[in-house]
Design a binder for this molecule. Structure first.
Ligand code: CP
Ligand code: NVA
Length: 303
C-alpha cells in the first residue's frame, strides 16, 4: 500500500523516531561531504498553491542532495490553476514522478490527491496542519536538550495549522502541551479531542502566562496565516496580549528554548529580544527542515 504523510499521525512513534534519527545521520553526512545519493533517479513533484521560502528550498535542495530531482509546480503555471480536477492531476502526475509534495489551502485537497495517487504524497502545509515543520521542530529541540518525551511544550497564539501539528506531535512524541489562544481562535476541537483520546496531555487556556509556566520550550506563529491577510487588523486587536515577550519567556524554565516556524513578525507574535535572543533556536530549526525532510523522503521514496 502506498504510504502518505498527510499528518504526523500517519507515522507510528517508532517510524517518526527512525526518521529523526536518520535526519541526524544525514545532517552529519551532509556536513562531512559524504555522498548519500539514496534517491538517485527519483523525481519529486512539488505543487505550491501558496508562497514558500523554507519548504520549497529544503525539499528542492534535499532531493538534489539525495541524488534525485525536484520539479517546482506552482498552481498558477499548471492546469491545476485552471481548474483541472485534483483527482485527474493526481492520476497523471503520479504516473510520472516518484513522490508528490503539496502546499495548499483545504486539507481535503491533499487527502483527495493522496486517494488518487500511486506514489507517496507529502503535506507541505494545509490550513489544517504542517507536519514537516514539526519533524524539524522536534529534531531541533532534541539536538539542544535531549529527548522531548515527558517535557512540556507551550504554544502561544493562533490555534492554527502549526498548533494542530504541535497537538498531533504530543501523541507521537509524548510531550505535554500547554496552549494559550485568544477566545475565538482556539484549535480545531475535533483534532484536539482525537489527540487527547490517543493519550496526549494537553491544556488549553486563554492566558499566555499560564501556558508558558514551567515550559521547556515556547513556540508561536504569525497572527494571520496565508489566506487570512484580510483579517490582519482584526487579529492584531485580538492577539495584542499574546506576544511571546521576555515576560512570557520568564515564566518558562530558565533553559527553555524559543521556536518559530518562520516567517516571523517581530513586534507582533514575538518580541525582537526573544527571537534574536540567546534562547532562540529558530535558525537551526529552519535548517533542520532540510535534514528532517531528507529522512522523510528516504523513508517514503527509497526502494
Ligand atoms: N516554515 C515554513 O514552512 O516556511 P515557508 O512558508 O517559507 O516554506
Ligand atoms: N501558519 C502559517 C505557517 C507558515 C509556515 C501559515 O499557514 O501561513
Amino acid at each position: 500500500m502506498t504510504r502518505h504523510f498527510l499528518t504526523l499521525l500517519d507515522l507510528s512513534t517508532d517510524e517518526a523516531r527512525h526518521i529523526l534519527k536518520r535526519a541526524g545521520e544525514l545532517k552529519a553526512m551532509q556536513q562531512q561531504g559524504t555522498p548519500h545519493r539514496v534517491l538517485a533517479g527519483k523525481t519529486l513533484g512539488m505543487i505550491f498553491e501558496k508562497a514558500s521560502t523554507r519548504t520549497r528550498v529544503s525539499f528542492e535542495a534535499g532531493m538534489f542532495q539525495l541524488g534525485g530531482h525536484a520539479l517546482f509546480l506552482h498552481s498558477d503555471a499548471t492546469q491545476l490553476g485552471r481548474g483541472e480536477p485534483i483527482e485527474d492531476a493526481a492520476r497523471v502526475l503520479s504516473r510520472m514522478v516518484d513522490g508528490i509534495m503539496i502546499r495548499t489551502f483545504d486539507h481535503a485537497i491533499v487527502q483527495t490527491f493522496a486517494e488518487h495517487s500511486r506514489v507517496p504524497v507529502i503535506n507541505a502545509l494545509t490550513d489544517l496542519t504542517h507536519p514537516c515543520q514539526l519533524l524539524a521542530d522536534i529534531m531541533t529541540y532534541e539536538e539542544f536538550r535531549g529527548s522531548i518525551e515527558g517535557r512540556t511544550a507551550a504554544w502561544i497564539g493562533d490555534g492554527n495549522n502549526m498548533t494542530h501539528s504541535w497537538i498531533n506531535g504530543a501523541v507521537t512524541f509524548g510531550y505535554r502541551l500547554q496552549i494559550a489562544c485568544p477566545e475565538g481562535y482556539e484549535p480545531n476541537p475535533q483534532l484536539l479531542d482525537s489527540a487527547r483520546k490517543l493519550g496526549a496531555e494537553i491544556e488549553l487556556s486563554n492566558d499566555p502566562l499560564v501556558a508558558a509556566r514551567g515550559a521547556d520550550l515556547i513556540s508561536t506563529d504569525v497572527w494571520a496565516s496565508m489566506g487570512q491577510e484580510h483579517e490582519q487588523k482584526q487579529r492584531e486587536k485580538a492577539f495584542a496580549t499574546f506576544q511571546v515577550s521576555p515576560e512570557v519567556m520568564a515564566q518558562a524554565h530558565s533553559d527553555a528554548l524559543f521556536l518559530h516556524c518562520l516567517p516571523a513578525h517581530r513586534g507582533e507574535e514575538v518580541a525582537a529580544e526573544v527571537i534574536d535572543g540567546p534562547q532562540s533556536v529558530v535558525w537551526d530549526e529552519a535548517e533542520n527542515r532540510l535534514h528532517a525532510q531528507k529522512a522523510l523522503l528516504e523513508f517514503l521514496l527509497a526502494d
